[in-house]
Write a protein that binds this ligand. Structure first.
Ligand SMILES: Nc1ncnc2c1ncn2[C@@H]1O[C@H](COP(=O)(O)OP(=O)(O)OP(=O)(O)O)[C@@H](O)[C@H]1O
Ligand SMILES: [Mg+2]
Length: 248
């Protein structure tokens, strides 16, 4: 039997008695590259936190590689939507990624940890900047470092919550190329507002607005997103074609 990276069945979540996610069903295969799009407050970040085991569900079942969420034997790479980071805190690129290998207060980092950090930095193209202070990086460079930290435990699942927010269009292309490389060895879930940009790179698309609308493969999704007024989209002009979801 093939075990999926993520299996979510009939999940409901309420915050303060208010339903935030309703009847969510979602399977993510081990080699999937899934984009989750949808309006503000639609529940995208909450869904990622359910997968991570940071939010418990009121109803339904969640399995990550066949286990309950939060199982340390299934490390998940995670890039939160808002990385809490003090720009004045003196920490360099290498130390930032090393912190992704944290084993607990009393355990020191090993040589293997340092080798993994070097590998991750090389992978994201930031090895040459390993000694640079984080406060001296551009937004795009910083995102790459956070990706390196997210993959430094060699996860089989990578969750990225709006990673493109501070990245310009040119940088976005190289960012997607990095993700295409990573997906050869992990499932990737990418939360984004930008339907136009994601649809040319990911494999499957789902829309989330309290309920989940799974559109499947991108080539069909693009057509159905346009046609199905269940899921209307607008065209905005930002120099490049750029589409944003409205209310479902
Ligand atoms: N810890 C919490 N307690 C109470 N309500 C919450 C909590 N976290 C999120 N919510 C509410 O749940 C809903 C979904 O929030 P969520 O952050 O998952 O949306 P989102 O799709 O990620 O939005 P955005 O695109 O703005 O990031 C929102 O109405 C939000 O106010
Ligand atoms: Mg969010």
């Amino acid at each position: 039997m093939v075990v999926n990276a993520v299996e979510i069945n009939d999940v409901c979540v309420k915050f303060n008695k208010h339903p935030v996610l309703q009847d969510i069903n979602l399977s993510i295969e081990i080699n999937d590259f899934l984009a989750i799009i949808g309006p503000n407050g639609g529940g995208k970040s909450t869904l990622l936190k359910i997968i991570l085991g940071l939010v418990t569900v009121d109803q339904g079942e969640v399995k990550i590689f066949g286990e309950d969420p939060g199982n340390p034997s299934n490390p998940i790479g995670y890039l939160p939507q808002h990385v809490s980071f003090d720009p004045d805190f003196p920490i360099n690129v290498f130390e930032t990624v090393l912190s992704g290998r944290y084993h607990g207060f009393f355990k020191k980092y090993s040589d293997e940890d340092r080798i993994k950090v070097t590998d991750a930095l090389r992978e994201v193209g930031m090895l040459e900047m390993q000694d640079r202070q984080m406060s001296q990086l551009s937004g795009g460079q910083m995102q790459r470092v956070f990706i390196a930290r997210a993959i430094v435990r060699e996860p089989k699942l990578l969750l990225l919550d709006e990673p493109m927010a501070s990245i310009d269009p040119e940088m976005q292309n190289s960012f997607y190329n990095l993700l295409l490389k990573l997906r050869e060895r992990m499932a990737i879930v990418l939360v984004s507002h930008d339907v136009g940009a994601v649809s040319s790179h990911v494999e499957n698309i789902a829309c989330l607005n309290r309920k989940l609308y799974y559109h499947g493969a991108v080539e069909y999704a693009a057509a159905s997103l346009e046609k199905m007024y269940k899921c209307p989209i607008d065209l905005l002009s930002h120099g490049i074609p750029h589409r944003v979801l409205k209310k479902h």
